[in-house]
Ligand binder design. Sequence first.
Ligand code: ZN
Length: 984
Amino acid sequence: MSKFLNVGFYNCNGLSYSKWDYVISAISSGKFDIIILAETWFVNQKFHESSPYFVVSSKMNQKKMISGRQKNGLMALATPSIRHFMSSSGATEYTITLQLFGLNVLGVYFPPSLSLETIKEYIPDIKISLLIGDINTCFGSRFGQVRNGPTDRVRYFDDLSFDRSMIHIRPETDNDYPDHVFCDSNTSAFLKVYTSSLYNPSDHSMIVCSVQTESEIKRESQYDSFRYNLKDIDDPIIKLKMIESYVFNRDFIIKVLEVMDLYDTNDDVNVYHDLIDYGYFTFSSLIHHICNEVLGVYSVHAAKSSDIPNSNSLKLLDSAKSSSIAAKIFKNSMKMSSKNNKISSRDPILSAVEDVYNYYSDLFKPPTEIVPQSPPIDFLPFSDEINSSNYFSQDSIKTAINGISDSKSAGPDNIHISVLKVFTESTVFLYDLSRFFYNFIKLGLTPTTWNLTQIHPIPKNNSGGTIDNFRPITITSTVRKIFENCLLEYIMTTSLVQVHPSQSGFRKDHSTIAALIVTNDLLFLSPPYIRSNRIFLDLSSAYDTVILDILLDKMRSRKISNQLISILSSLFSQCSSRVSVNGTLTDNFIRYTGLLQGSVLSPLLFNFYINDLACSLAAESHDGIPSALFYADDIQLLPVSKTHAEILLSLVSKWISKNGMKLNIKKSAFIGKSKWELAYNGKTLPTPDSYIYLGLPYTIKGFDLAEYCRSAGEQAKNLVKNLEINGKNWHPTVKLNIYKMFIRSIWEYPAPILNIACIKSMTEPIVEAQIAGLTWVTGVSIFHGKQYRRLISSLCGIESVPDRLEALGIRFCHSLKSASNSNVLINLLDLIRLKGIYTFPRAYVTFKIENLQAYSANYRLISLDMEKYLYEVKLKNLSKTLTISDRIHLIRPESRHPRTLADVSFYLSTKFLITQAIRWRMSSYGFGTDCPICHQKFKFTHVKRCLGILNFDKYFIFSKKKKLEIELKKLIELAPPSLDRNIQ
Ligand SMILES: [Zn+2]
């Protein structure tokens, strides 16, 4: 260990591949902790940002281009272990600032053309520990340099080092470079020129300055993590090898399982737990061993990322797997574009890693409330109340494994879902896993390693900052997820899920839409049933503040079986997490409170936790209209009078203080016709005009759907803008899937409501977003996208917005009709019918949202087979033509993919052919070229007129793709299309 930090600087004159290799070999040589690069010209910026060494880069100035490239460009790289100690990093057009070990490092590039005044603006007022960079200045013979000047710069930097008491460090050997280093006079430092056996492709040398720090610098490689190479996991030979290896190596597992099976005598709990941990360890070790042998590993730090799916997965694009491939590509791209959102420390003394650790340790600190002492659980082996042979059978496990998407990240144990999917083809494996699960259930205990999770902070507003501007995504072990999914099936049959009907969150037969309809419609009932005053309450980090002992206590009083209590206690107590911070990991911190986010069981456990509050509030209702509505931790109170409001608020307050929660008063609201002044624990409730309730803006006049459409449309359009840059070259099928999964879903969530309550002008922003999205998907010009919006929708197999909203409205009616349980909406409808309550026109139920015209008119067909009915309606809608010349009539049913209904054009074997096929369909084939026959500007009509090919569209048949490709290639040879990407 040493106390010297090694900071390199390299003017690379355009960061080409050879220069990048030179830099990477330098930083991985161990001679550098940090390297600052100047004049990168933003070459391959995306590729470089994906490097694990990347820290930050300067802001690109879009206006400044020379001969087709960007000017300037600074970038800081750091080793993973040094990154661990960084407090913050930042950049401007000409500077990079790094904070670590209490030092402020300033890397600069000041081009010769920059005025001295501008340079002065970029030198910050803070204390500079180290100023390193290319200042395009030479200091003459007194500094061992031949060149001298410019004079004003020389004078300025001389003055600067004097005023800031910095030393201008002279390198060990004299040279004539314009790269210089100034160091705080209290810090000792020396400067060298880096030499290596590799050829230096730049005309500048790389320099390295060693600066003394207060603390010892630990340089360990433990921060590097590894991943299995999953690229070829779908290869049948690889699959077979993995399964064979499992069968061949499982002797040890059989022995362990035999020992576990025999443990059914009353014994010490700790012995049980050790046994389970040991058993699970042998099992997971074998999986790791197989992955290591068959798949191979790669280091995350050495990996290069790519956003283009490999040829193997291109074949999968018209298979059922296509959406998970698209999801993976999309998520990676989002991760990349947020890579510049670094987490900074809130305290310059601490590194970002330490600060994040403190932040989370504090968030999950032991509860201060007096907590009931849980009685110890009898650790007799349980009689099998859970019926594990059913819920943890091989079939159930297989279903659970296949139910998890391939796009999900591997948990802290690094076992990826696609690995387990391979093993589902082996009954031996399923048999073993089933036996492990059976033993966990029998003993009421689960492996300790399942309680370790990893947190990935995601920036709240797409910009970096300190940790409080990030929200956590928690990733748990995949095997735990499978166990939980099986257990969930059982829990659904217990009284744990029988919570009050006013709770709509995460429940079968309940929905957000039902809760939204009731919220709106209670404003439009005849008196006395109308509720024109609402209180919205926001609990701060509700899931994270649940006190586990209180939860278990509530379970005991509701007579939940000891076996289930024991398992849940094992899954949720003594959890710990580590956080991924700027590419490195914090230590583990203990979560003393909270339900584990990322666990599929957490939502229903929370519903159970808050259920006594739901019941006590419901008891305050006297006319059948609920006095409170719950959606998980979202609470809405519906008081009839001010006194009633106060009673409800005091019930909430009592419950909150007893259950370790906190009310976030700033995010709570009172919205009502009566101008009551309401307070919660002495603090006045805010009275905004609008409150976002379950995603929709609620006002005194009901939901403001115009505002909703506007903001959802804008959000979707912004995402499309981002994708036009980051996802420009993706495969069209990938784009189409991303459109459905991540763009359209932005506005579809309240679809049944939009379907009945929106007038045409309101949905305009959504329609625009759809046009923008499909323009991106098809890769046509914006002009064509607007002009032929119906044609491109039809090509993509995407219905128009109104058609789609109606289809989702029908789905909603159907789900409500088949709901076996009552929910808030069904209860309200019953009440309205029973008491003959009048509903005003603005109530959604006035329009029979629960029994749409389009639904009831076709009820027989829909109840026979809804999917078939909707499919046929969709096909009909997609084929609608307006005029005889409408090219939509050429897209016949047999042209379309049988499942997605997109045109065959999307499913050709190369991107080039797809583009040309889409251009043909759009009648823009050959734009920008001259006709080889008549030598006039080529138009698609020349195919018939000059080339004599009649009705080319007849080749567009999905089942005969190969034939279409052959004909298309012939056409391309006869009349080569323009290769200019911009003419489409
Ligand atoms: Zn022609």
